[in-house]
Design a protein around this ligand. Structure first.
Ligand SMILES: Nc1nc2c(c(=O)[nH]1)N[C@H]1C(S)=C(S)[C@@H](COP(=O)(O)O)O[C@H]1N2
Ligand SMILES: [Mo]
Length: 310
């Protein structure tokens, strides 16, 4: 199995030239019939994103296929079966779309999604996603660090936590009429977790615009935490002084804590977290502390009892 490239393996000549970012504008103009393919020799097909290879890629592990990543999903707003989101998420309207960022900050703002796409150069990040249900995947996301967005609103010293809210619209999301969760889906991070460069806002995968079932048009990805922390189809981000409740915390407080760091030593009350099934594989893998990102993030939890703060 070939080792996957990491940032240090990448030659400067392989990095997508700045001019290619212009293609994002082309992508957006595509709907308006304004595609000027002749302007750029490197024109991409509609729906493709311009990005550069990113940092923190996992090495030595095979990517899951596009088919697996887009047909084995958790997105309860579209149903609770793994194949429901692929079947039902076609009704999600991803334009126009805005993300409101407010709370303990100097410059609260409402960002249009097309503005967000230009906020920072898009990077591809090959990350493990470990679901709390003890399965995992390796996914090539395209996105940018969440910190890039948070910096725009200038958090104040009162900003200790960040809350993320997903869209909850019955007219587009058939699952929202079911009382599986207290809608809208919300999640939270401590501010230092949110500012960590590993935490990204993803807008694509496999070089393409994010499929609806994966949380289009913009979703959080926090690779050292269980998958449910990575809220999809985000419409609001709030900076808070106090730790927020989260949708899973409300639904089952004894099972889902605020931190939800991947930890093979702390079992879920109903099953073990020591190993996981990589989708597409037969043998189970050992679950890694912080999902394999301990070198990068363990320092955030120095001195904390991770059994207590699960
Ligand atoms: N809004 C929303 N976000 C969500 C979920 C959800 O049901 N609704 N499921 C979570 C869970 S449990 C996981 S494992 C990941 C799955 O992401 P993927 O389907 O893109 O692999 O999304 C997370 N984000
Ligand atoms: Mo999950």
């Amino acid at each position: 199995m070939p080792r996957l490239p990491v940032a240090s393996d990448i030659l400067p000549s392989e990095i997508t030239p700045e001019s290619v970012y212009l293609n994002r504008r082309q992508l957006m103009a595509a709907g308006a019939g304004l595609v000027a393919a002749s302007v750029l020799p490197t024109a991409r097909a509609a729906g493709e994103l311009a990005y550069k290879p990113g940092r923190y890629n996992v090495g030595g592990e095979e990517k899951n296929t596009f088919e697996q990543i887009t047909h084995y999903n958790n997105y309860y707003e579209f149903g609770t079966d793994k194949d429901d989101p692929a079947r039902n998420a076609g009704t999600l309207k991803t334009r126009p779309w805005t993300v409101r960022v407010e709370g303990a900050c100097e410059k609260p703002q409402t960002f249009d999604i097309d503005h967000l796409l230009k906020l920072a150069p898009l990077e591809e990040r090959l990350y493990r996603l470990r679901c709390v249900e003890a399965w995992s995947m390796v996914i090539p996301w395209v996105g940018f660090s969440l910190s890039e967005l948070l910096k725009q609103v200038v958090p104040t010293s009162k900003a200790k936590f960040v809350e993320f809210t997903s869209l909850a619209d019955k007219s587009q999301m058939p699952g929202v009429v079911e009382h599986v969760l207290d809608w809208p889906y919300t999640e939270g991070l401590r501010i230092d977790e949110a500012m960590h460069p590993l935490a990204i806002l993803a807008v694509g995968l496999y070089g393409k615009v994010l499929p609806n079932q994966n949380g289009a048009p913009i979703r959080l990805v926090v690779p050292w935490k269980y998958g449910f922390k990575s809220a999809k189809s985000i419409v609001k981000i709030r900076l808070l002084e106090n730790q927020p409740m989260t949708a899973w915390n409300k639904a089952a407080p004894q099972e889902y804590g605020f931190y939800s760091n991947v930890n093979p030593e702390v079992d879920h009350p109903r099953w073990s977290q020591a190993s996981e099934r990589r989708i597409g594989e037969f043998l189970r893998r050992k679950t890694l502390m912080f999902n394999g990102y301990a070198n990068e993030v363990a320092g955030l939890y120095k001195g904390m009892d991770l059994k207590k703060f699960y």
